[in-house]
Ligand binder design. Structure first.
Ligand code: NAD
Ligand code: IPM
Ligand code: MN
Length: 360
């Protein structure tokens, strides 16, 4: 990713750490452990306790002034996950996670799909060379904006509306980002995916903007697939994709599908990015209430996420070291049960920290 290194508080990188709920609180400390061992440059970590406990205790989700503080005082946010069965409305997660995506204008959701060890893919005959795709999900618009309402709730005449909001600016900047990324990384094949055959207004805009922007990137081999076809094609032959760009909801779904092709949700990283401004890095997985508290959550997704954060901070060597450590853990089966290992979350973190200390 091409980003101007930021430094809000002098020479040290200032990282806000927001573990959140459930396994977010188990995997994030492991990432910090590995970051401390791998990065010799100055980094300040500041813990934030936003999440379900605080919401239930104090009624506060995203505290007043939070956005300005993050924007002005921090270079990046390392995020775990939000979601708690005690908050069935998911209100705190919407306020904090979607709130930060929208209010920090983190319009690029970069979700790489990458197979780091052949044995991890459920697709037979596929190898690491076949599965390496950068998925760019639009992150500030679409069906996520919360425009809508319920009329006559609870009656037989009930009406529920959820609007799909697409702006020319929003569509253009994510499509442009995807093309620029493809060019910069010499990735030849870009696919824009929508559902313009059914969503004839919203995705007509995607079609028109795509056709305009692609004229400027004739060096990139670009094409369009409807999202249902993309879902099928990515399973049939993932090697045909280098870069995918799509809207908010489709990007959410296709990134979980992609995560599974690369070994599962426990391994998938992501960055919520506004190039050149405070950005938020989180594993793709959620708070996993079904395994929370058992000490078996896979921390590799969070560690790879931390690597994306280091890249964003302008430290590609340290980022590469984290990825190499994860590859080594996979090779040597130093992994949690979801990947067929028998290590605890903290043991994987310890192993990675030792690996990076020895190799940095
Ligand atoms: P989930 O990602 O939490 O879990 C889906 C499945 O994957 C579960 O079986 C879980 O055990 C497994 N899994 C996920 N991460 C894992 C890991 N690191 N190691 C091992 N196994 C892992 O999705 P869900 O169950 O649909 O959602 C649970 C809660 O998380 C909900 O409240 C949801 O809204 C929230 N959520 C939050 C985020 C986020 O904060 N970014 C993302 C997705 C879901
Ligand atoms: C994700 C999650 C979120 C999303 C939820 C928790 C709102 O699934 O980050 O992928 O849909 O964006
Ligand atoms: Mn998701």
């Amino acid at each position: 990713m091409s980003n101007t290194p930021l430094r809000k508080g002098g020479p040290a990188a200032r990282i806000a750490v927001l573990p959140g709920d459930g396994i977010g609180r188990e995997v994030t400390p492991e990432s910090i452990k590995v970051l401390r061992a791998a990065v010799k440059r100055p980094m300040d970590f500041v813990d934030l306790d936003w999440g379900a406990d605080k919401f239930l205790r104090e009624g506060v989700s995203l505290p007043p002034g939070a956005v300005e503080m993050l924007r002005d005082e921090f270079d990046a946010i390392l995020f775990g996950a939000l979601g708690d069965p005690r908050v069935p409305s998911n209100q705190h997660a919407a306020d904090i996670l979607l709130g930060l995506r929208f209010k920090l204008d983190l319009y690029v959701n970069a979700r790489p799909v990458e197979l780091l060890h052949d044995r991890l893919t459920p697709l037979s005959g596929r190898t690491e060379r076949d599965i390496r795709i950068m998925v760019f999900r639009e992150n500030t618009e679409g069906l996520y904006v919360g425009v809508g309402g319920i009329f006559k709730k609870g009656t037989p005449d009930e009406i529920a509306l959820q609007e799909d909001l697409n702006t020319r600016k929003g569509v253009e900047r994510i499509i442009r980002h995807a093309f620029a990324y493809a060019r910069q990384h010499r990735l030849k094949r870009l696919c824009m995916s929508d559902k313009s055959n059914a969503m004839t207004f919203a995705h007509d805009l995607w079609q028109r903007v795509f056709k305009e922007v692609r004229q400027e990137y004739t060096d990139v081999d670009s094409r369009h697939l409807y999202i249902d076809t993309l879902a099928m094609e990515i399973v049939r032959d993932p090697s045909q994709f280098d870069v995918i760009v799509t809207c908010n909801l489709f990007g959410d779904i296709i990134s979980d599908l992609g995560a599974q092709l690369g070994g599962g949700l426990g391994l998938a990283p992501s960055g919520n990015i506004h190039p050149g401004a405070t950005s938020l890095f989180e594993p793709v997985h959620g708070s996993a209430p079904n395994i929370a508290g058992k000490g078996i959550a896979n921390p590799l997704g969070s560690v790879l996420t931390s690597g994306m954060m280091l890249d964003f901070l302008g430290w590609p060597q340290e980022a590469a070291l984290l990825k190499e450590a994860v590859r080594a853990a996979l090779r040597e089966n130093k992994v949690t049960p979801d990947l067929g290992g028998n290590l605890k979350t903290t043991e994987v973190g310890d192993w990675l920290a030792q690996y990076v200390s020895k190799n940095s």
